[in-house]
Design a protein. Structure first.
Length: 268
C-alpha cells in the first residue's frame, strides 16, 4: 500500500490507462459498537460531479473523513489513480490535491478575502531566514483565482464579515479548488443559501467540472443533484445500496432509495 506522504508521481500515482480518480471498495469503519461503514463501494470518475446521498447516520460523514485522512478505515481499500493509498492525516490528503469545503466553511471573518484564500499557505519572499509575507503576490493571485472561477467578490481586500452567505461559500469553494487540484469535496454547500446564491454556487460547481476538477457533492437537495451531478451514490446504514446515472433517474427514485421505499440494487 502506497504511503500518501510520498510524491504522487514518484509513487506511481499517474494514470496509464485512465483508471478512476478514486475507487473505494469494501470500506468499513466502527466506533466501539457503532458500525458507521459496513462495506462501502464508490467510484469517482475524474472530471465529474458525483453526489453522495443518504439520511443522517447513513455513513456519509464517516466516508468523507476516511477519504480525507481524518479516520483510518478498519478494512477495505482506497485507490487513487489506480494505486492503493493509506491516508494518515488530512495533510496527506491535501498533498494529493484533495480538499474539503465543510458547512462551517473554515473562513476567518475578520480577515480579508485574500488572507482567507492563503490561510496557512502564505507566500513569502526573501532570502534564507529573512522571509516576509509576499502580500503583493497573494493579493494579485487571489484576484486571478476568483476571476478564473468567475466568483462575484468586489474586492479581495474586503473582510469576509462583509460578504453575503453566497459570497462566503464561493470563497471557501474557490480556496478549495485552488489547492485541491484533483478532488473537491463539498458538504451541503448551499444548505443555508437563498435561490440566487444557490444558483451562483451551482454555476461554480459546473465551472470546476469544466476545469477537470472532480467534485464529490453531499446534498439532501434532490433537485440540486439532478441539476449538477453526473452520478449519484446512495448510502443506507453504512452500505452502498445504489448507484445511478443522474440523467437516467428522478428525484422520487433517489428519495425512495434513501428511505428504503425502493430497494437498492448494487453494492458497487
Amino acid at each position: 500500500m502506497t504511503d500518501a506522504t510520498s510524491n504522487p508521481e514518484a509513487a506511481g500515482l499517474t494514470a496509464t490507462s485512465d483508471p478512476p480518480l478514486v475507487r473505494i471498495t469494501g470500506l468499513r469503519k466502527s466506533f466501539d459498537a457503532v458500525h458507521a461503514l459496513r462495506g462501502v463501494d464508490l467510484t469517482l470518475a475524474a472530471g465529474e460531479v458525483t453526489a453522495l446521498l443518504g439520511d443522517n447516520g447513513a455513513g456519509k460523514s464517516t466516508l468523507v473523513r476516511c477519504l480525507t485522512g481524518v479516520h483510518p478505515p478498519d478494512a477495505g481499500e482506497i485507490r487513487f489513480r489506480g494505486q492503493p493509498i493509506k491516508l494518515n492525516s488530512p495533510d496527506e490528503a491535501r498533498r494529493l490535491g484533495i480538499e474539503t469545503v465543510y458547512q462551517t466553511l473554515g473562513l476567518i471573518e475578520d480577515l480579508q478575502v485574500w488572507q482567507n484564500l492563503y490561510l496557512n499557505r502564505e507566500l513569502t519572499a526573501g532570502f534564507g531566514p529573512f522571509q516576509v509575507l509576499d502580500k503583493k503576490s497573494m493579493i494579485s493571485h487571489s484576484k486571478d483565482i476568483l476571476s478564473r472561477l468567475d466568483v462575484d467578490v468586489p474586492n479581495v481586500r474586503a473582510t469576509v464579515r462583509r460578504m453575503s452567505g453566497g459570497q462566503r461559500q464561493s470563497i471557501a469553494i474557490a480556496r478549495a479548488a485552488n489547492w485541491g487540484k484533483t478532488l473537491v469535496i463539498m458538504d451541503e454547500p448551499t444548505a443555508a443559501l437563498g435561490v440566487r446564491e444557490t444558483a451562483a454556487v451551482e454555476a461554480l460547481i459546473r465551472r470546476l467540472r469544466d476545469s477537470a476538477v472532480t467534485v464529490l457533492l453531499i446534498s439532501h437537495d434532490m433537485a440540486q443533484v439532478l441539476r449538477v451531478a453526473d452520478t449519484a451514490y446512495v448510502l443506507r446504514r453504512g452500505q452502498t445500496v445504489a448507484r445511478r446515472v443522474v440523467q437516467d433517474t428522478t428525484g422520487d427514485e433517489l428519495v425512495g432509495l434513501i428511505t428504503g421505499a425502493i430497494e437498492g440494487d448494487t453494492h458497487g
